[in-house]
Design a protein around this ligand. Structure first.
Ligand SMILES: Cc1cc2nc3c(=O)[nH]c(=O)nc-3n(C[C@H](O)[C@H](O)[C@H](O)COP(=O)(O)OP(=O)(O)OC[C@H]3O[C@@H](n4cnc5c(N)ncnc54)[C@H](O)[C@@H]3O)c2cc1C
Ligand code: SF4
Length: 325
């Protein structure tokens, strides 16, 4: 590992200023992904800025408009929060499904959302693929069992690795970002970007930007919500496909709905056209099986990942049956 400078600021301003001044500066949260990348030689930071003493990034706050979760809140804190468990079950389900108790104890929500992809060509220093500035995607025509079936365009077929991201897109959450010494708030679905925007990154963060917190609106709570995750191994594994869904009903009519798929695309895949087929409709008129079959019509199979299509359709059908019935 190469030497690097380390700071532990207490304010967002200081952290952001330090990070924007250096080309290879990284924010360090729990370090469970960042340290792995450093050890594997995928990244060689000149500067690490610990976020552990920045108060604005910590804590879980409930208020009239919903809940705000600091980006430095750990996955274990989310999984074991009884209010989250009872009011936003899908988020608790996602958190508890991630990695191991040891990792969840130090891994943070912000780090989970900003973690880098698991495509093994990306993680292996011997492959200088498009994502690392090279001129080729090795997954196309290579080993692509775990790669994307949607949204890869003609360039990069990573799947976004974050389970919390899938749930937060379905819950129509917002993110607060520290940018140019100001707090900027945006829908979380706009936070993530696909390879057609920039193949080298997975979100809109620029050097110096910091993810401060995540807001979940109260409109997304109070109904039914669920997170279903298909894994190859039952412990400590990433999603090969997942579905997060939430729905609210009044007098048999669907009044709120949010659905996203994970493990299938370079971004958490917001199923907006499926949502449009549900919102305002009477639940008895919904053909869940047909809607689920149509939801992934744009899927493009790479060779070894065709099984993901049926898996995603089946998990969507199961999730819709759970939140609509
Ligand atoms: C064995 C194993 C199994 C796993 N299984 C799963 C799984 O099933 N599902 C899943 O979702 N994840 C899984 N993970 C990934 C794990 O959840 C992430 O490593 C973890 O969430 C990262 O959080 P962290 O706080 O340690 O981030 P760090 O490692 O500190 O940071 C990760 C990246 O995010 C950036 N970053 C962190 N916080 C911020 C912020 N606030 N603003 C801007 N940038 C930031 C860092 O600079 C870095 O680039 C697994 C990891 C391991 C090792
Ligand atoms: S899918 Fe993306 S990360 Fe993987 S080899 Fe292709 S360009 Fe690289």
């Amino acid at each position: 590992m190469k030497t690097f400078t380390f700071y532990k600021p207490t304010e967002l301003e200081g952290a952001s200023k330090l990070l924007s001044g250096v080309g290879r500066g990284y924010l360090l949260a729990g370090g469970t992904d960042l340290m792995t990348e450093m050890k594997q030689g995928v990244i060689e930071p000149e500067l690490l800025i610990s976020a552990s003493d920045i108060k604005d990034m910590s804590g879980i706050v409930w208020n009239d408009s919903g809940i705000t979760i600091g980006s430095m809140v750990t996955l274990d804190e989310i999984a074991s929060d009884t209010n989250i468990e009872s009011r936003i079950k899908s988020l608790a389900e996602a958190a508890i499904s991630i990695a191991t108790p040891q990792i969840r104890n130090i891994a943070t929500l912000g780090g989970n959302l900003c973690q880098r992809p698991r495509c093994w060509y990306y993680r292996n220093v011997r492959f200088n693929c498009l994502k690392k500035g090279g001129d080729k995607c090795f997954a196309i025509g290579g080993s692509n069992k775990y790669n994307a079936i949607l949204g890869g365009g003609d360039s990069c077929y990573i799947v976004h690795p974050s389970d919390s991201a899938t749930v937060l897109v379905a819950l129509k959450a917002k993110v607060d970002i520290f940018r140019n010494f100001q707090r900027v708030t945006m829908p979380i679905r706009d936070f993530f970007i696909g390879p057609e925007v920039d193949v080298t990154r997975e979100n809109i963060l620029e050097p110096g930007d910091i993810l401060i917190s995540v807001q979940i609106p109260k409109e997304s709570m109070g109904g039914k919500n669920v997170f279903l995750k298909a894994k190859e191994r039952q412990s400590m594994d990433f999603a090969i496909a997942s579905i997060a869904a939430m729905a609210k009903m009044e007098n048999g009519l669907i009044t709120e709905v949010g659905i996203a798929a994970g493990g299938v695309a370079p971004t958490p895949w917001h199923l907006t056209s499926t949502e449009r087929k549900l919102i305002g409709y009477c639940v008895d008129d919904i053909n869940v099986q047909a809607i689920s079959a149509e939801a992934f019509a744009d899927a493009k199979i790479l060779g070894q990942n065709g099984y993901k299509l049926q898996l995603a359709q089946t998990y969507l059908e199961r999730a819709l049956n759970l939140v609509l019935r």
